[in-house]
Design a protein around this ligand. Structure first.
Ligand code: F6P
Length: 524
């Protein structure tokens, strides 16, 4: 049995779980009239109501003790100090530096000069794009910008560009392509003109197959329309930590924006990877996004664990995963503009903590990251909420709601639906004599209320989730900053390409893969 499971804090929670499991949310609310207020925390334009969780003050105290036992405050200090906490890759995880204001940060390894320099270059580029100075080979102003990237080089900018729809400035339109399936790029290019299209090739490593393939096809598309002699470099920019690799593929040096090995891909939207966000909403909005993240960093670094939003969310997740056996968590933004949030969080949470070997190399004997999934409300209500209300599984939910100061009738209905779903999950609906219609209730959720759907609040929200993931990793004793699990599949795919193209059969393949290859090789 692992040290974690044997630990006094874990054992105390296991004993306490029996008491809480026997109580309903309705009873917990009845026992404490001030519960809603006491179980609410506000920071950085975000209000977290966690009162509809199967927890009482004692639960939170015991969970905080678990975090303290895992030395969470010391780990937070290590992250902000730039210690090499990404142990398997021997480097720091310094995404917090990307939104820091300090003149020098962190102590002993100052990265701020580079960070500020990159931000200045972004500001200039965004200015050129918005003023029409950015032109293609024929001299016409760039009207469409396509971000080619995948994973962390796609999901963050894609999600935030959509989320900030109402803050977009006049300027080039933004598009996103990630899939190696040519259908993805083709569908975008269908409506674009080569003369006025620019591609941002975003890849930390500049070795990712999907991105390089799409970049090559984009170049061929430009060349076919503009001719071999046209200056195609005017149609490209790149974001990468591999400047040489980008240069080798013809990316113009003055438009290669930097990234660093101390930023993980899924934590990189605060860097030049966020360029599409700045192009869509303006550089001032991008800086406000950073400001929002910075205020969440401050909250995370300084607030006691019981009043610390990322810590409370993480500890509640641990509570359900490890003490109630929850396998999944749903994220349901009641905002169409935030509809890409679940996909973004899937990478952030599952690539970070979807692991079964701890920092010391031992296989864990407790569950780690749950499956994160979701979709925007209200369409989700007409799809999977049936299971949430009456199914057999415990699925904690994050409801994300954006406050509107002058809501339209439809926006009022949207917010009403979010609150109604959270209340129905928590308190159910007894229907005597008709069990098929009854909602049992007692199903937990958090409500995250954003003061407004604006850059600052979004920065806070995303930083909040980043730190939540970090806290979980600390308690589960994981390195949240590597992703070795995705490497093997990439290598295998590379070896299968020649097999699909050729006719030979590799003896070392399993019989199922061999048979499927045979089917796929068939030509009409
Ligand atoms: O899926 C693995 C991964 O390495 C992610 O962590 C990363 O965000 C993505 O691939 C893209 O990597 P890159 O930015 O280097 O192209």
């Amino acid at each position: 049995m692992s040290q974690l499971i044997r630990s006094p804090a874990w054992q105390a929670l296991a004993a306490h779980q029996k008491k809480i499991a026997a109580a309903s949310l309705a009873e917990l609310f009845a026992a404490d009239p001030s519960r809603a207020g006491r179980f609410t925390i506000e920071a950085g334009g975000i209000l977290l109501d966690y009162s509809k969780h199967r927890a009482d003050a004692e639960t939170l105290r015991l969970l905080a003790a678990l975090a303290a036992q895992a030395q969470l405050p010391q780990w937070i200090a290590k992250m902000f100090a730039g210690d090499p906490i990404n142990s398997t890759e021997g480097r720091p995880a310094l995404h917090v530096a990307l939104r820091a204001r300090d003149a020098a940060f962190p102590a002993g390894r100052d990265v701020m000069a580079e960070v500020r320099g990159a931000r200045e270059r972004l500001r200039r580029f965004v200015g050129e794009a918005h003023s029409g100075v950015l032109t293609g080979a024929s001299g016409r102003a760039i009207a469409d910008i396509v971000n080619i990237g995948i994973g962390g080089s796609d999901l963050g900018p894609r999600m935030l560009t959509r989320a900030l729809r109402r803050h977009h400035k006049p300027g080039p339109r933004l598009h996103f392509v990630s899939n190696i399936d040519p259908a993805d790029l083709d569908a975008v290019l269908d409506s674009l003109a080569p003369e006025t299209t620019l591609f941002i090739v975003a890849s930390k490593t500049f070795t990712t197959a999907e991105t390089l393939e799409n970049a090559g096809r984009a170049r061929a598309w430009l060349e076919a329309a503009l001719g071999k002699t046209a200056d195609l470099s005017r149609h490209f920019a790149a974001v990468t930590a591999n400047v040489a690799g980008a240069g080798a593929l013809g990316m113009p040096q003055e438009r290669v924006f930097p990234l660093w090995d101390w930023v993980g891909g899924r934590y990189s939207v605060w860097s030049a990877v966020g360029l599409p966000v700045a192009l869509a909403a303006g550089m001032d909005a991008f800086e406000e996004l950073l400001d929002g993240a910075r205020s969440m960093d401050e909250h995370f670094r300084t607030e006691p664990l019981e009043r610390n939003i990322p810590a409370v969310l993480a500890l509640l997740e641990i509570w359900y995963v490890n003490f109630f056996g929850a396998q999944t968590r749903a994220v349901i933004p009641y905002s169409e503009d935030l509809r890409d949030l679940p996909a973004y969080l899937q990478q952030l949470e599952m690539e970070s903590n979807g692991k079964r070997v701890d920092r010391d190399g031992n296989e864990v004997d407790y569950d780690t990251a749950p499956v994160v999934w979701g979709a925007s409300g209200t369409p989700s209500q007409h799809s999977f909420h049936q299971l949430l209300h009456q199914g057999t599984r415990l699925v904690p939910v994050d409801f994300v709601v954006a406050h509107e100061s002058r809501p339209s009738t439809a926006q009022t209905a949207l917010a009403a639906n979010a609150l109604a779903q959270a209340a129905a999950l928590a308190f159910g609906n007894p229907v005597p004599d008709a069990p098929h219609r009854a909602l049992p209730g007692n199903r937990p959720s958090s409500t995250l209320l954003l003061k407004r759907l604006a850059p600052r609040e979004l920065g806070g929200l995303i930083a909040m989730y980043e730190h939540k993931v970090f806290v979980e990793g600390v308690v589960w004793n994981l390195n949240s900053f590597d992703q070795w699990g995705v490497e093997h599949g990439k290598i295998l795919a590379r070896t299968l390409v020649p097999q699909l193209l050729g006719s030979g059969e590799a003896a070392d393949l399993d019989s199922s893969t061999r048979a499927l290859l045979k089917q796929l090789r068939k030509r009409d």
